[in-house]
Write a protein that binds this ligand. Structure first.
Ligand code: FES
Length: 336
């Protein structure tokens, strides 16, 4: 039988079980308790907390999500803490949880579709279900013990299908397993869904989705999510995709179907390598393409973004700091 520890959130009366070996963050989310977080990997620092009573084991002692000041003040990361017994913790905020509780399950690789020279879609079929919101991600655990976060590129479904668009990362251990090591029919551990940057169906503003690299999958999912709503015909969506050169870009066929359900779907591309733009692409970074295209209408939209940290940081600066967009109208999860 698995050992369970009890975690109490000070000042809230909220208590939840944490299985031995699970992290404080994931156990809270599995129990339906909302905690602040983004990357689930030790990078962003948004899951900081203080341990008041009890012991925890730390998975990654040097995780960049904690500054030297945080460490001096005794702060820890909930995504890197495994309770070793009952404990009491202090959190700065307890937000609303996402609509779906994450579970761990096995998933079998069924199909691989090559999309570009270094990007492919991997289709896994899980043993239990595929319940998630558009724009969320899952942690894929490989037999070697490596675990990485990848966003789903489809919508939650009854076929137990989890699809991931992955860009090969030079020297990346996880992507080399996916591209070169994992055969059709082999299984991995899939833990999810996670992520706060999921599509908000109740928001009736028009939408801008901004994708870079593997972030394409999450943004495709958000566009599909918007197109699946009953009021899709009243919604305009702009999808911006960025890469270094045209050969890095791929617009999935599913976007044509989504475009027919929406009032309009405008797809824009941007390439950053000097002199590489074809006639249809913006020459420059994708956040620059957003500003150039939407201009004075920047604050009319709700934004979703997924991609490398440099891209999402530049976009946040352009939209929120320089453009005057309210911060809660830009949704993205920061990864390392
Ligand atoms: Fe824990 Fe990002 S550092 S969620």
């Amino acid at each position: 039988m698995t050992t369970e520890h009890q975690v109490l959130l000070r000042g809230t009366g909220v208590r939840f079980p944490c299985a031995e070996g699970d992290t404080l963050l994931r156990a809270a989310l599995r129990a339906g308790v909302g905690l602040s977080y983004e990357c689930n990997s030790g990078a962003c620092g948004s899951c900081r907390y203080e341990l008041l009573e009890g012991d925890v084991r730390t998975r990654w002692a040097d995780a960049p999500g904690l500054s030297a000041r945080d460490r001096r003040k005794g702060r820890r990361l909930a995504c890197q803490s495994e309770p070793a017994g009952d404990c009491v913790v202090d959190l700065s905020s307890v937000p609303e949880p996402a609509p779906h509780r994450p579970i761990r399950q096995r998933a079998q690789l069924r199909e691989v579709h090559r999309l570009t020279h270094d990007m492919a879609e991997f289709v896994f079929v899980a043993e239990k279900h595929a319940a998630f919101s558009a724009g969320q991600y899952a942690m894929l655990g490989f037999p070697s013990g490596i675990e990485r976060a990848y966003s789903m590129s489809n919508l939650g479904n009854c076929q137990r299908e989890w699809k991931f668009v992955v860009k090969r990362s030079p020297g990346g251990k996880a992507t080399s397993i996916l591209f070169d090591g994992l055969g059709l029919g082999e299984t991995i551990e899939l833990d999810g869904p996670y992520g706060q940057a999921y599509y908000r169906a109740g928001d009736d503003r028009d939408i801008v989705c901004v994708a870079g690299g593997s972030g394409l999958g999450a943004m495709v999912s958000v566009v599909l999510g918007a197109a699946a709503q009953a009021d899709a015909a009243e919604r305009t969506v702009h999808l911006f995709c960025g890469g270094r050169a045209p050969r890095d870009l791929h617009i999935p066929e599913a976007m044509a179907m989504a475009g027919r359900r929406l009032r309009a779907l405008h797809v824009h591309t941007a390439v950053s390598e000097p002199g590489s733009a074809d006639s249809g692409s913006h020459q420059g970074f994708v956040h620059e393409a957003v500003v150039a295209k939407l201009g004075g209408a920047l604050t009319d939209f709700t934004y979703y973004a997924a991609g490398p940290p440099a891209m999402t940081d530049a976009l946040a600066r352009a939209l929120v700091l320089d453009g005057g967009l309210a911060a809660d109208r830009l949704h993205f999860d920061r990864f390392s």
